[in-house]
Design a protein around this ligand. Sequence first.
Ligand SMILES: [Cu+2]
Length: 161
Amino acid sequence: MKTCMPLLAAFAALALAGCSKPEQTAAPVAAAPQSGPRVIEINGNDAMKFNVIAISLAVGEEVRIVLNNVGSMPKQAMGHNLVVLKPGTDTVAFATAAAAAVATDYIPPAFADAIIAHTKLLGPKQSDGIVVKFDAPGEYPYVCSFPAHYQMGMKGIITVK
Ligand SMILES: [Cu+2]
């Protein structure tokens, strides 16, 4: 911040020198809106289910998807994440590759191009959020990539219109 001070001082000097019009002096510097994107909360539980399996969004709508692990089993046995994939991704192949990707918290490097966004792998009572915005209509699958959870039905679809 210290490096900004000479600039600010320069602007102030210009303003005092009479270069400013009234409407320019009134602009607040830190007036960013406090309301962020719409939040969609999804719970994952010890029964290997998401409580939300269908989401509808408008093209270009920015949303924050928050995954809450509401279970109580240890992360090593019952971790959850939420991975959003591009339309048309072979989700079975993805889940199979993910199950082997232990070193990367079940995010398979070979599918990096298919992943739009993903949360961290969450232990019990942990939460993580991702901000997404889809510029093209389609059906975007989301899955938990912890081993066997996709096969148990821990998945959903984001429909973008
Ligand atoms: Cu899971």
